[in-house]
Design a protein around this ligand. Structure first.
Ligand code: AMP
Ligand code: MG
Length: 426
C-alpha cells in the first residue's frame, strides 16, 4: 500500500503536457495558452470620450457656473465609431458620445448634465452642426477623456504563455483582434466499464444486473475538467472482451477503466494490464477507493497511461478526483491540479479507527457566520452514489486520526463551492 501523494506522484510522472493546437478563441475556454500575445496597436486606439457630452477646450470654459454659463458654438456631433474631420477651436464644442474619438483641438469633455442644450437624440453618425450650448461648469484638461493605450500599449505583452484562458482572457484576445489562439490541446480520455453485471442505460434491466453509472460520472468529470471523453462502453469479465475494448481506447491520451482491480474472481483488468502493458502499483492508502491500478499500454511507439479505478461508484469518482483529474489537468498544461482545501468544523462524529488510510468522507460544507461547517452526507458506503450527489466536499481525515468529535476542526477538499441550490458550477 502506498500513500495518496506517492500514488499521485507516480501517475504524474507518466503523463506529459500535450502538443499545442490553434483554434477559435471561444473554443479555447479553459485551455492553456502556448504563445505570448503582443498587442499590435494601442487599446483604446485613440483618445476617446468616457461620457456623453461636449468636447471642448477646457480654456473655453473658464469661469462657467450655473449662474454664469459660458456659451459655446456647437460645430458638429459625433457617435462612437466615427471620426470628426473638423477641429474644436476656442469658443466651439462638438457634441460627442461615449467611445467616440476626441476631435482635434479638444482637451476635455463636459457631460450633458453640466450643460443646457437644445433637445437632441443620440446621433447615429457624424455631422456638422451650427447650434449653441451653455456650459454650466468649468472643465479641466483631460476631464472625461480615456487616453489612447490606457488599457494596453502597442507592443505590450497582453497575455503570457502559460495562462489559462478564462472569459476575461478570451475577451482580451478579441480586443487585440485575434480570432484564434495557440493552446495546449485537450486530452482525449477513454473510459471503459468492466463487469458482467453492467447494462447500458436505455436497455431493459434483467434481474441481478445494474446500470453502468461509472461511465457517465467519469465521462462527465473528464468533461468538467477540460478533457474529451471517449466512452468505450462495457466489457464483460473475460480477457478477450477486455482486450478488444482496450484496443479501441489506445488512440486516446489516457485510458480509465472502472472495476476489476480488487481481488474478486472475475477481476481481469490487472491480468490484462500485465499482459498488454506494465503495472505500476495496486493500492493506495485511501478510503474509499483502496484498489487502484496504474500502468500503461503500448501502442506502437506510444505509451498510453492507464488508471484502473475501483468499481464502486463513489470510490471511482473519489479516485478520479485524486488521481485522474490531476493527470488530465497536467496534460492540459496547467500547473495547479489540486482541488482547494479549507478548514471546517465537523458537525458529526467521524470514525477512522483501525484503518491506516486517509478518509475522504462525503460531506456538505456550509458557511455560517463567517465559519465553515462540514456535515456528513448520511451513509458513507462506497456504493452509495447518492452520498456523492448530496456532497460538495470530501473530508481529509489523516491516516493516524481515529476519531473526530463534533466541534473539532478538520480539513475538507472542496469539490464545488456552491452550498446547495446549484451544485453544478465547476
Ligand atoms: P468490482 O471492482 O468489479 O469488484 O466492483 C465493485 C462494485 O462496483 C460492484 O458492486 C460492482 O457492481 C460495482 N460496479 C462496477 N462497475 C460499475 C459501473 N460501471 N457502474 C456502477 N457500478 C459498478
Ligand atoms: Mg466486477
Amino acid at each position: 500500500m502506498i500513500s495518496v501523494e506517492e500514488a499521485l506522484e507516480r501517475i504524474l510522472s507518466y503523463v506529459n503536457v500535450l502538443e499545442p493546437e490553434e483554434k477559435p478563441i471561444l473554443e479555447a475556454l479553459g485551455q492553456v495558452l502556448t504563445e505570448d500575445v503582443i498587442a499590435p496597436f494601442n487599446i483604446p486606439p485613440l483618445d476617446n470620450s468616457a461620457m456623453d457630452g461636449y468636447a471642448v477646450q477646457a480654456a473655453s470654459t473658464v469661469g462657467a457656473s450655473p449662474s454664469a454659463p459660458v456659451e459655446l458654438r456647437v460645430v458638429g456631433e459625433l457617435a462612437a465609431g466615427y471620426v470628426f474631420e473638423g477641429e474644436v477651436t476656442p469658443g466651439t464644442a462638438v457634441r460627442i458620445m461615449t467611445g467616440a474619438p476626441v476631435p482635434r483641438g479638444a482637451d476635455a469633455v463636459v457631460i450633458f448634465e453640466e450643460t443646457e442644450e437644445a433637445v437632441h437624440k443620440a446621433p447615429t453618425a457624424v455631422r456638422r452642426l451650427d447650434e449653441r450650448v451653455r456650459i454650466l461648469r468649468e472643465a479641466r484638461p483631460g476631464n472625461n477623456i480615456r487616453r489612447a493605450g490606457e488599457d494596453i500599449r502597442e507592443g505590450q505583452r497582453v497575455l503570457a504563455r502559460g495562462v489559462v484562458l478564462r472569459p476575461a482572457e478570451i475577451g482580451l484576445l478579441a480586443s487585440v483582434g485575434r480570432s484564434t489562439a495557440k493552446v495546449v490541446r485537450r486530452p482525449v480520455v477513454a473510459v471503459l466499464s468492466t463487469g458482467d453485471e453492467l447494462v447500458e442505460v436505455g436497455q431493459p434491466l434483467p434481474p441481478g444486473r445494474i446500470y453502468d453509472s461509472n461511465a457517465y460520472s467519469l465521462a462527465a468529470l473528464i468533461e468538467r475538467y477540460g478533457g474529451i471523453p471517449k466512452v468505450l462502453g462495457i466489457a464483460s469479465d473475460t480477457v478477450d472482451a477486455l482486450v478488444a475494448k482496450i484496443h479501441q481506447g489506445l488512440d486516446a491520451d489516457m485510458l480509465l477503466t472502472s472495476a476489476g482491480v480488487s481481488r474478486g474472481d472475475y477481476d481481469m483488468v490487472k491480468d490484462v494490464l500485465a499482459r498488454e502493458g506494465k503495472i505500476d502499483f495496486w493500492t493506495a492508502a485511501m478510503k474509499p477507493g483502496k484498489p487502484l491500478a496504474f500502468g500503461f499500454f503500448r501502442s506502437g511507439q506510444r505509451r498510453i497511461p492507464h488508471i484502473g479505478l475501483p468499481g464502486n461508484p463513489v470510490s471511482s469518482m473519489v479516485s478520479f478526483e485524486l488521481f485522474a483529474r490531476p493527470a488530465i489537468v497536467k496534460m492540459m498544461g496547467k500547473t495547479h491540479w489540486q482541488k482547494p482545501t479549507i478548514r471546517a468544523i465537523a458537525k458529526d462524529r467521524i470514525v477512522n479507527r483501525d484503518d491506516p488510510r486517509r478518509y475522504f468522507a462525503r460531506c456538505v460544507v456550509t458557511e455560517e457566520g463567517g465559519r465553515y461547517y462540514a456535515s456528513l452526507t448520511g451513509p458513507q458506503g462506497s456504493g452509495i452514489l447518492s452520498s456523492m450527489a448530496a456532497a460538495n466536499a470530501l473530508t481529509v481525515i489523516p491516516e493516524d486520526v481515529d476519531v473526530v468529535e463534533p466541534g473539532e476542526e478538520i480539513t475538507v477538499m472542496m469539490l464545488d463551492w456552491s452550498q446547495g441550490e446549484e451544485w453544478g458550477t465547476a
